[in-house]
Write a protein that binds this ligand. Sequence first.
Ligand code: BTN
Length: 323
Amino acid sequence: MSKDKILQLLRSSKAGFLSGADLASRLGISRTMVWKHIKALEREGFGIEAVPSQGYRIIQVPDTLRQNELGQGLKTSIIGKDIRLFPEVVSTNTLAMEAASQGAPEGTVIIAEAQTGGKGRLGRTWISPKGNLYLSVILRPQIPTHKAPLITLVGAVAVASAIRKHSSVQAAIKWPNDILISGKKVAGLLTEMSAEPDRIRHIALGIGVDVNMELQELPLDVRMNATTLAVEAGAQVDRKMLLQQILLDLEHWYRIFLTSEAEVLKEWEQLNMTIGCRVTVSGMGEVFEGLAQGIDQEGRLMVALDDSTIRIVAAGDVTIVKK
Ligand code: BTN
């Protein structure tokens, strides 16, 4: 499409300005058509400076994901080969589970600008206004069903490493799958699965990252313990580049996981901020306190109580009491 091509040329123009005549001849269209496309891009939120005798150049880019750009420059071979972008969905996880049951291949990514019914862990809501990343990746690992929770750990390792690389901030994992910066939550993961007793049919690995939204969009109780990448990095974040880094790191760690779970668990431990801390665990109708000792081979948290008994926790909320 000529408009997308013009955008691509303007974005990659090293010389700054590109003349209307130059754009017209490269695309084989009239200068009037070029001008019409420029106006359309401005309506989409691009700031385009037009200087007589020099041409056009981009001075502002809207914070919008564009379907045709998401895969550009993406260096993965499975994850993100098919990326499906939606302006608004109920939940990318729900959509990914449906797409997977209709045969969508492994690595398909469902992504949305906003969710009306974003799902969090333990039946909670994931508030999903525009400006963040909401994606679900379809995976079909050939692993025993009881190993499925490890996929969330793979995702957490990928998201924490991608955030560290992309924004140079110290993102860390709080068990099981929260990503925190300076003690505040910036991302969460939710894995859903369709399985038979001995075989996984498919998994939707859901990832929500608070990127550029205004924190005021979150209710007060959530806001108190939350942050965004833009706040932490001190500048608006390029969501496409962050998405691509997440997909790249996810493919890297997923491949490693399929041959060596231990390596992923080791990396999870490197990136985590839970092990070695005194924690309160709540869930399943009870609350207890102890020392987080480590995770087992299924990614469950091992907590040593004060009477030296060890509790193995598969699901629950962890609050760090003391480092
Ligand atoms: C949590 O920390 O409670 C998990 C949050 C997971 C949110 C993501 S956003 C994309 C995907 N779609 C959903 O409905 N949920 C996950």
